[in-house]
Design a protein around this ligand. Structure first.
Ligand SMILES: [Ca+2]
Length: 311
C-alpha cells in the first residue's frame, strides 16, 4: 500500500469537520408558552454559482407572543455549515405567520440543504429544529452565459507569496491552510521562482505528507495544476501527488516523475510541473486539497515548492 496514512488522516479530518446542530443548549428564562412552528422554507431549487439564492422561512406561533430566535443555516453535502443568518428577539403573533429571509450566494457547485432552528432568545434553548427544510443545487453556468453573470478568476493561487512582504510568516493564502502531517514547512529566500521566498518541505517520517486544504474550489473552468519544484540540496526524491474531491475523498495518486523532463527531481534546480486535472481525476470536479508524499517508504530529503496554482 502506498498511501495508508493519507486515508487515516482523511477520516479524522472528516469526523472533525462534520458539524453538530445547535441542539444542546440549556434553557433559562424563556417562555414555554410561546409555541413557534416551522411552516415551510422555500428557495430556488437550481441556481448557478455566483447567483444569489433567496431563502424564505415561514414561522407561525401557536402560543404567547414572546420573543424567539430564528436560525437559518445552509449546509453542504457533507453537512458542514457554510452559511448562517439568524434573527433574535423576534415576535410572531398567533394567526400572523412571519417570513424570515436569507439571501446567500454559493461560490461552489454542489447540493445544499437548509436547516431552520427555532431557538430561545440569546441561544438559550431549543424549541424545534427542522433539518433539511429545503434543498437546492448550485451548478456551473453553461458556456456563453452573459459576462458578469459569474466572475471566474483566471487562476486560483494555492501557494504564492508574490504579494507578500519579505519575512512574512503567512505561508499560504487563508483559503489553502496546511493540513500536512509529520512534515515541517518553512521558507527559503535564497532560491525561488516568484515572490520573496519558496516553500521548504521536510518529511519527518515515512509516509508523511504535505497537504494543502481548501473548503472546495469548483475546477470546471480550469484544466491544469501548475507548480515549481526543486530537489533542494540533495535531489532525487520520488514523490507522488494526489487530490481530494468535493467529498474530501482522496483520488488515486500519480507519480510526479511522469511530469518531470528527466523523471526525477534535480538538486538545486527548479522545474515547472504542469499536471492536467484530468490526471488527478479532478477535471470538472470540486477540489478540496492536494497532497504530496514520498513513494519510497523512506524519508525524502528536503525539497522546495513555489508558485502553486490552478489555471
Ligand atoms: Ca514564492
Amino acid at each position: 500500500m502506498k498511501t495508508p496514512k493519507i486515508f487515516t488522516v482523511w477520516m479524522v479530518s472528516l469526523v472533525l469537520l462534520v458539524g453538530m446542530p445547535i441542539a444542546t443548549k440549556t434553557a433559562h428564562a424563556a417562555s414555554l408558552t410561546v409555541k413557534p412552528v416551522h411552516v415551510e422554507t422555500t428557495v430556488e431549487p437550481l441556481v448557478y454559482i455566483g447567483t444569489t439564492v433567496h431563502i424564505k422561512s415561514t414561522i407561525k406561533n401557536l402560543g404567547t407572543p414572546d420573543p424567539i430566535l430564528v436560525d437559518i443555516e445552509v449546509k453542504d453535502v457533507l453537512g458542514r455549515k457554510v452559511a448562517q443568518k439568524f434573527y433574535d428577539n423576534e415576535i410572531v403573533v398567533v394567526g400572523s405567520p412571519r417570513t424570515f429571509a436569507f439571501d446567500w450566494t454559493p461560490s461552489i457547485k454542489g447540493n445544499y440543504k437548509i436547516s431552520v432552528g427555532l431557538i430561545y432568545p440569546g441561544w438559550s434553548g431549543l424549541y424545534g429544529w427542522t433539518e433539511g427544510a429545503a434543498r437546492f443545487t448550485a451548478e456551473v453556468p453553461p458556456a456563453g452565459s452573459p459576462p458578469g453573470h459569474v466572475k471566474i478568476p483566471a487562476k486560483i493561487n494555492i501557494y504564492s507569496d508574490a504579494g507578500a512582504s519579505w519575512g512574512t510568516l503567512s505561508l499560504f493564502s487563508s483559503n489553502w491552510p496546511s493540513w500536512s502531517w509529520n512534515t515541517d514547512l518553512g521558507t527559503i529566500t535564497s532560491t525561488k521562482t516568484e515572490g520573496p521566498s519558496a516553500l521548504t518541505v521536510t518529511y519527518k517520517t515515512q509516509w508523511a505528507g504535505l497537504y494543502l486544504y481548501n473548503d472546495g474550489v469548483d475546477t470546471s473552468h480550469y484544466a491544469t495544476l501548475v507548480f515549481s519544484v526543486n530537489g533542494g540540496p540533495t535531489g532525487g526524491q520520488e514523490l507522488q501527488l494526489l487530490g481530494f474531491d468535493g467529498s474530501l475523498i482522496a483520488m488515486p495518486p500519480i507519480l510526479l516523475s511522469k511530469y518531470l523532463p528527466q523523471a526525477k527531481l534535480l538538486p538545486n534546480t527548479w522545474q515547472t510541473v504542469r499536471i492536467p486535472l484530468a490526471d488527478l481525476k479532478l477535471a470538472g470536479n470540486v477540489i478540496t486539497g492536494i497532497a504530496i508524499q514520498d513513494t519510497t517508504g523512506g524519508v525524502a530529503p528536503t525539497y522546495y515548492l513555489d508558485n502553486i496554482f490552478i489555471e
